[in-house]
Design a protein around this ligand. Sequence first.
Ligand code: SF4
Length: 242
Amino acid sequence: MELRIFQKGFNYSQDGPGNRLVYHLQGCNLRCPWCSNPEGLACTGEKTYSTEELLQQILSSRMMFFDGGGVTFTGGEVTLQFEAAKELLTLLKQNGIHTCIETNGCHVRLPELFPLVDHLIMDCKHHDPEIHRQVTGASCALTHQNLRLAIKAGMQPAVRIPLIGGFNAAMEDARKFASLFRELGLPGNGTLELLPYHEYGKDKYKALGMDYTMTDAARISPSTVSEFTRIFTDAGIHVIRT
Ligand code: SF4
């Protein structure tokens, strides 16, 4: 099977533990207006690799996976290339490589990947599936359900919230997120990271001839991050920074 990839490179401890080879898989089912990888949204891509080719590439990088590192698949959205990703993850597990995926959690078959994934990063952009649908194009009800299943399976997921002014960053949102995470069983069973809005992808939109619709209203003050951190910590959730 083949995977479409639009970017790859090493990074240290940002997308999973240790030094990791990170693959960005082409295609996403959502259209978050703040997305910093607009070049990866379309499902068609020029660079296609067979799973066997990728396995060999990864095995030959093995010496670089220090400090508990390994391979991370992010996007785009990894689950859009479900079968090929599953095949490669299976091969990596058979070869003893530490695996991580970062996902928006919206795929109904995501739990099939849990036994193949050592570290699960799940983006949780909103507590309200309808608001999530209006802004990103799809509901996040499955994300919440998959998060619950991951916790039940003992995965210790690393949950990430992109904090976006005017979307999910009011204090009322913090309280609703906290109550959702309590209900899903996150306290004591995973971590939470807040990712304040940034404009890293802005110039790419222009280069691609796409509209960048975000405004300064999306910016997040340090006090908002502190307040969110306090509310989540009070709810027994382990808030981390990477
Ligand atoms: S889920 Fe991630 S990759 Fe997809 S549009 Fe949103 S930010 Fe971009």
